[in-house]
Design a protein around this ligand. Sequence first.
Ligand code: ATR
Length: 277
Amino acid sequence: MILLDKYAVFGHPIKHSKSPRIHKIFAEQTSQALEYIAQEVPAEQFSTAVDCFFSNGGKGLNCTIPLKELAWSYADLKTERAQLSKAVNTLAIQNDGSILGDNTDGIGLVTDLMRNHGLTLAGSKILILGAGGASRGIIAPIFEQSVASIVIANRTVDKALNLAAEFQHKGHINGCGFNDLGSQQFDLIINATSTSLSGQIPPLPRHLLANKGVCYDLAYSNEPTAFVRWGEENQALKSLDGLGMLVEQAAEAFFIWRGIRPETAPVIQLLNAERNS
Ligand code: ATR
């Protein structure tokens, strides 16, 4: 009997997670003998559930909302990008039994933008909407692409200012409120607020997007999100949602666990075809 290596995603809610499907395809594609399940884990049961998972032979976990900060605290050691983002979406057991925490969300976004959509980030002016956990996770990986500057705009201005101050050492970054954006223009606007799926967007001035600018919503949905629609209405060159980022962050986690890079393009194509059908 072949014993399958065990992986899982913990979250609350988790029912609609696409991760088991994505990792099953990755495993088939790369001939890896593993299982990957989704498990409903409320925050108050997090550490018990993770202890139990790893003590029963589990190899690696993904953690999603609302567990990423708890996973950050749980990890025995963290990568630099996880350390900075104060959130962990990937846990991996090491040979000595310790648990490594990483955050693959930011690199997933950057890979989707650059490799899948052919965009150049170097030298571009970037606006990030929102100053919560999702924003924090993407700032350092974006700076690694030699962007010209990042502005963080948030409803609660202090949070934007504090987040910008935290990443000052990484590059040119400022925080402000939505009303302070004035007549600035950006090459890439990323929506990292939690508004989009409720059909809302933050109040944005007109002409915020530069000519041939791109919009990217970290959220994804079968229908275009409110922010994807805003991008289309504002003549974005591309107005994208986070489905590609989801698949890319999963591929990066798979690489951490298995040492093999799966091909993401066919998976993105499949998930896109399914939601358009
Ligand atoms: P996440 O981990 O998904 O980033 P979060 O840390 O709760 O979640 O952050 C949510 C982000 O969405 C915050 O930037 C929040 O703005 P505030 O810091 O002012 O709360 C933003 N957000 C949520 N609802 C919003 C709304 N209706 N309009 C504008 N921004 C909103």
